[in-house]
Design a protein around this ligand. Structure first.
Ligand code: ADP
Length: 410
């Protein structure tokens, strides 16, 4: 069995795949780590349970995952040896990792070096790998980086116009995030269109709590909206997106805010939440906007406008557009947000069909109208599956060549 672990800042999510990835045998989550009351859930098919327990730290979360996986009640695995490979999600691979890698001591050292770029996330990812090494001795571990897919972005797009040597010395540049999701859906999209990935210029809109707009040309990321940290680009649930950095100098010098306060504001109190004053949840914003809440209408307008503007910019950057892809919580589920974004993009060749847009989730990924020059698709993301594919490919030479992105049964 292949175990996939996503050890985030306050949660540990896991999925257990059959070795040929034909089925997910078990899924689970240990959430609210370090809070007074945590949450544990474990599912095997439709059978499962959720409980509330205190989870002091990530090591305790890992122990709970083990308990669930080894539980005789669910009979998923009899012993740790049943796990033949483990895949881990890591947020930041700096400029060191261009792709997924098998874990060894050197990789762990490099991963620790990258922690300065993602202080909330990388240390938790590292604990997940260390625990896996301890509790599954001899089992190979693979690490898949959110940033790796964007390492192909050329210098003209990843450099900031700050002093060159200073930035080079200190690793200051655009890194990008959600790379595993963008890689998965861009390959899935090529499959759906039955066209070679190498021939396609796409814009991927990963619209979840975090938002990435990504330009993917010939299967390679060539520009992406998030930058050095995780709040650049378009507004997100609680993160600001791009704004003039002079605002920060003003907040600190003239308004007396501390840097910590500014950081909290930019990451946790901005975006849809900051604009609406109500929520970071798109469903809540849309409902309130429909009932006439002006601030929610405004939040939606800003969100949609910035995304549409970025799509246009990336079409220009790539010299054309063949496909526009929507994915993640908002991208997959909100027909009205998709429709608002695509409004006024006819000049690019984007035209969507209202009927197929409304039923896109039910096996109708292509929502373009018959006259559209650009294919607009709704493609469910599956980062865990992408990690599982990399894990199998890196750990088994005999990996079944037919195992492809999203085409095997779920
Ligand atoms: P994360 O980045 O945490 O993985 P998700 O991809 O799960 O986030 O996306 C969460 C976002 O998706 C939330 O803003 C949520 O409101 C939105 N969302 C989920 N379902 C719907 C829906 N049916 N309509 C509109 N928005 C939705």
């Amino acid at each position: 069995m292949i175990l996939i672990i996503n050890c985030g800042s306050s949660s540990l999510k896991y999925q257990l795949y059959r070795p040929d990835l034909s089925k997910v045998e078990a899924t689970g989550m240990v959430a609210r780590i370090g809070e007074p009351e945590g949450y544990v859930e474990h599912y095997v098919g439709r059978r499962g349970e959720h409980t509330r327990r205190k989870i002091p730290d990530h090591r305790a979360a890992f122990a709970m995952m083990m308990e669930n996986l080894l539980s005789p009640e669910y009979n998923v695995i009899g012993c740790p040896k049943a796990i033949t490979a483990i895949g881990h999600r890591a947020v930041h691979g700096g400029s060191v990792f261009f792709g997924s890698v098998l874990v060894d001591d050197q990789v762990m050292d490099a991963l620790r070096d990258c922690s300065a770029f993602a202080p909330l996330h990388n240390p938790c990812n590292i604990v997940g790998i260390e625990e896996a090494q301890r509790l599954f001795p001899g089992t190979p571990n693979v690490v898949v980086f959110d940033t790796a897919f964007h390492q192909t972005i050329p210098a003209k797009a990843h450099l900031y116009a700050l002093p060159y040597e200073f930035c080079a010395r200190n690793g200051i540049r655009r890194y990008g995030f959600h790379g595993t999701s963008c890689r998965y859906v861009s390959r899935s999209a090529a499959d759906i269109l039955n066209r070679p990935l190498e021939s396609l210029s796409m814009v991927v809109c990963h619209l979840g709590n975090g938002v990435t707009i990504d330009a993917v040309k010939g299967g390679r990321s060539v520009d992406t909206s998030i930058g050095f940290g995780t709040f650049g680009g378009v507004p997100m649930g609680t993160r600001a997106g791009d704004f003039d950095p002079a605002v920060i100098f003003h907040m600190v010098r003239e308004l007396g805010l501390s840097l910590d306060e500014v950081e909290t504001m930019c990451y946790r109190q901005s975006g849809l939440l900051g604009l609406s004053g109500l929520s970071n949840d798109m469903r809540v914003i849309q409902e309130a906007a429909e009932q006439g809440n002006d601030r929610c209408k405004l939040a939606l307008e800003v969100f949609v406008y910035q995304i549409r503007k970025t799509i246009g910019a990336y079409a220009a950057a790539m010299g054309g557009l063949d496909a526009l892809i929507f994915t993640a919580g908002i991208g997959e589920n909100s027909a009205s947000v998709r429709s608002m974004i695509c409004e006024n993009l006819e000049f690019l060749g984007v035209e969507i069909d209202a009927r197929t847009n409304a039923i896109a989730r039910n096996g109708h990924p292509n929502i373009s109208s018959a006259s559209a020059r650009v294919a607009t698709l709704v493609v469910p993301t599956d980062e865990e599956r992408m990690i599982a594919i990399d894990t199998v490919q890196l750990t088994s030479r005999e990996a079944d060549a037919s195992m492809e992105y999203g085409t095997a049964a779920q």
